[in-house]
Design a protein around this ligand. Structure first.
Ligand SMILES: Nc1ncnc2c1ncn2[C@@H]1O[C@H](COP(=O)(O)OP(=O)(O)OP(=O)(O)O)[C@@H](O)[C@H]1O
Length: 261
């Protein structure tokens, strides 16, 4: 049976997109990052993967948070990736391909790595991963602008970066540092996701931040009360109201993606 796609998806398929030479079969790399930790990168990466899959795209998500990887938990995956002929095959769950370092090591094994070791491991790992054909590869980045972050930027050369932040002053201050590196490296910024948007009362700092950085809000995510009962976002987004929310998100992101030359 032919898979249904939304109008945006059809438009996307008709257009030619630059493909990164180093990554076979991947049409668009979307990086999800922040300055501060714990502001919702993994949550947004998972929500975005659900949204783009719902819009009819082939999506892969890569958890690059070596020190605190938990994307697999959020997407309800506990299978380990297969290794065939030296190539790592990401795990498929509900038509989304997922890869995380956490799925490749024993659960209780601590990840003690210094920056250089981690970025070397990352480079080796990246060479071995075989995603298969993907429309979007979503990168769930570690917080900050350390070795892994920089290695990732150089290796993937993402066509679009989405900055996740809460409207809190501390998160905004850290976000500015990340933005200055992205500007230096000329990574296109698709916009800002305002996470836990309804929790914070002071909007002034956030508005000032947007004006100063000349950025727009791509979309907002309210506090998801369901996350106090389950970490599995696939379950949280099952209701028809939440499915509509995913459609809105996909339309907003695709609209930005189409504008990238
Ligand atoms: N909109 C939201 N509503 C409710 N809880 C949220 C929301 N966004 C994130 N959280 C919760 O906040 C915590 C941190 O979120 P998440 O893991 O997505 O952040 P992160 O930026 O990826 O963290 P890290 O920097 O450690 O990788 C998680 O427990 C998550 O469930």
């Amino acid at each position: 049976m032919e898979e249904k796609t939304c109008p945006s998806a059809e438009l996307f398929f008709k257009r030619e997109f630059k493909k990164h030479t180093g990554i076979k079969d991947i049409r668009f790399v979307l990086a999800i990052g922040s300055g501060k930790g714990g502001v919702g990168k993994t949550t947004v990466s998972a929500i975005l993967s659900l949204a783009l899959k719902k819009a009819g795209y082939l999506v892969g998500v890569f958890d690059l948070d070596f020190y605190g990887p938990n994307l697999h938990l959020v997407l309800g995956v506990n299978k380990k990736p297969m290794v065939e002929f030296g190539k790592i095959k990401p795990v498929s769950s509900d038509n989304i391909k997922i890869l995380s370092l956490a799925l490749m090591i024993a659960e209780k094994e601590p990840i003690f790595m210094r920056g250089l070791m981690a970025s070397k491991l990352l480079q080796e790992l990246l060479q071995k991963v075989e995603w298969g054909p993907l429309d979007f590869l979503i990168l769930d980045l570690p917080p900050g602008t350390g070795d892994i972050f920089l290695t990732m930027l150089d290796f993937f050369n993402p066509e679009g970066f989405i900055l996740i932040t809460t409207p809190h002053k501390l998160a905004l201050s850290d976000a500015k540092r990340t933005l200055s590196i992205l500007k230096e490296k000329m990574v296109p910024i698709l916009g800002v996701v305002k996470n836990m948007a309804d929790f914070f009362e002071d909007e002034t700092s956030f508005q000032d931040f947007l004006n100063e950085q000349k950025l727009n809000v791509l979309f907002e995510i309210p506090v998801l009360k369901e996350l106090s009962k389950t970490e599995n976002l696939t379950e949280v987004f099952e209701s028809s109201e939440k499915q509509k929310f995913l459609e809105t998100i996909a339309e907003k992101v695709l609209d930005k993606v189409f504008r990238i030359k």
